[in-house]
Design a protein. Structure first.
Length: 281
């Protein structure tokens, strides 16, 4: 969980640190990470003594996150003094850095997205072994892989829209169950695989009363998790062309329709990333 999701309005009255100990002397990335787990890319971009404690601003995931640190504690949120937000003043002074971080995050995500496309282009042939069920017309002339989690609401919405697309584009939807959202997802995925649920059954699958498991599910889920981790995929849903020529990340039905040569309808979400094949390295 990002620290900036814990935006508590804090009015803190604290004693000054012990004599001879500067408020920020002990602060490092290692010390902060020992208090609360941080993303691997987190780094300190600002420290200053404020009101007897150490004000720290972290750059992570493209955002700047303020925290306040004592000798053996850490608080996430805003500090107020004299009716003004001390935190806001600091963040305003770092606005140029915030813009640089956002731009850097966009560039890094674009690079990661291109690497994922290259991975699927080169490895799409392995995905058939992970397919659990299919849907589509008898007249289908091609297919796409649909990567989904049974406990994902966005995935369920996309599946409904893809049903229409399958018949319009005459494609088979090959469903790969990727339970990335935790233990409940894993149990739901195992139930779907162990019980050989069809398309309609999968859309309404619920968590079993007891831990679900069978050799077929264990092997397929393990293989899927390993493959998706190699691809650096930590999200759902995703649609991949059968030959890996294009990838649409998220439930952007407009992009999927475009990639399949269909006209996008008004109001359909599109990420505007297009369907060009990734450039060869």
């Amino acid at each position: 969980m990002k620290l900036n999701h814990l935006m508590l309005c804090l009015i803190v009255i604290l004693a000054f640190p012990a004599k001879g100990m500067a408020a920020c002397d002990h602060v490092s990335a290692e010390w902060l990470n020992a208090q609360v787990p941080l993303p691997p890319d987190a780094r300190i971009v600002h420290t200053a003594e404020k009101m007897g404690v150490c004000e720290v601003v972290l750059a992570m995931d493209g955002d700047l996150v303020p925290v306040y640190v004592g000798k053996d504690w850490l608080l996430a949120g805003q500090m107020f003094s004299g009716g003004k937000s001390v935190t806001r003043e600091t963040m305003d002074s770092l606005s140029h850095l915030a813009e640089e971080e956002r731009q850097m995050a966009k560039e890094q995500e674009a690079l990661a997205r291109e690497k994922r496309k290259l991975f699927f282009r080169d490895n799409a042939g392995q995905m058939d072994d992970m397919v659990s069920l299919t849907f589509g017309p008898a007249s289908a002339t091609s297919f796409v892989y649909v990567v989904t989690d049974p406990n994902c609401s966005h995935c369920k919405s996309l599946l409904l829209e893809l049903e229409t697309v399958a018949f319009e584009a005459r494609v088979t939807l090959k469903l790969i169950i990727y339970p990335v959202l935790g233990a409940k997802s894993r149990d739901m995925a195992a139930r779907a695989i162990c019980e050989s649920l069809d398309w309609e059954g999968y859309k309404t699958v619920s968590q079993p009363n007891t831990h679900a498991s069978c050799d077929r599910a264990d092997q397929r889920i393990q293989k899927t998790m390993a493959f998706m981790q190699m691809a650096d995929v930590s999200f759902v849903p995703m649609v991949v062309a059968g030959d890996g020529a294009w990838v649409v990340e998220g439930n952007k039905i407009g992009d999927i329709r475009t990639c399949l040569g269909l006209k996008s309808e008004a109001g359909q979400e599109s990420g505007g990333q297009g369907c060009a094949a990734p450039e060869k390295e």
